[in-house]
Design a protein. Structure first.
Length: 219
């Protein structure tokens, strides 16, 4: 007689970001998992009307985390509750397209390449910038201007909220501003009081920092 036992195939685990559509108009759930089948079934136990809108597969859990964070951050003003967002379908389709065509294929691979390159020792050579380098340089300067403007606006709006909170703990459903206790290590005092112990525990580390120079084109 042949073996009647069913073969147990290994479970394939694939990290991904899932976008589920709810029964409410334009409300989507955006989350991540390494087992989308189990996660989707679990979600449907408390909301049977959830249907899969899209799945963004990634190679690693770190990539899935980055993709989820990207979508959550781009949808901050449209948060409905928790991981649910109230957003028009064309907009979320556009963001999913950004994740696939920009984040996964360009941003994250270059970031990983830079992280590996940052560990390599450098020479004293200064390269002559070509057209591509200069274009990136000038574009970065413009982005830094915009970044400074947005950081300034962000700080101003945060301060307006703080002023509205005053000496209270916060604004219900909006923000909190509570006093917190922090334990800070006084490195300078420790170095003065225990110089030998300080030297013993100090370890050298090397970091590559990107510093923009004032480029002067030849006339």
């Amino acid at each position: 007689m042949g073996d009647t036992k069913r073969a147990h195939l290994p479970k394939i685990i694939k990290p991904c970001v899932y976008i589920l559509r709810t029964d409410k108009p334009n409300v989507f759930k955006v989350g991540r998992t390494i087992d989308r089948g189990t996660r989707t079934r679990a979600a449907r136990t408390w909301n049977p009307d959830l249907v899969t809108f899209d799945i963004i597969e990634t190679e690693t859990p770190d990539q899935a985390n980055a993709c989820e964070s990207y979508l959550h951050n781009k949808l901050q003003s449209k948060r409905y509750a928790g991981e649910f967002f109230c957003v028009e379908q064309p907009e979320i389709e556009h963001l999913i397209h950004e994740v696939r065509d920009y984040l996964l294929t360009d941003f994250l691979p270059k970031k990983l390449e830079v992280e590996n390159l940052a560990k390599q020792p450098t020479s004293d050579q200064m390269l002559t910038p070509g057209r591509t380098a200069l274009d990136v340089y000038h574009e970065l300067l413009k982005v830094r201007e915009q970044y400074y403007e947005m950081q300034n606006k962000k700080e101003h709006l945060e301060n307006r909220l703080r002023l509205l909170i005053g000496t209270a703990s916060g604004l219900a459903g909006v923000a909190t501003w509570k006093m917190e206790e922090w334990a800070l290590f006084n490195r300078t005092k420790f170095q003065i009081d225990h110089p030998e112990l300080y030297e013993f525990y100090c370890e050298k580390s090397y970091v590559r920092k990107l510093k923009l120079l004032k480029f002067k084109s030849k006339q």
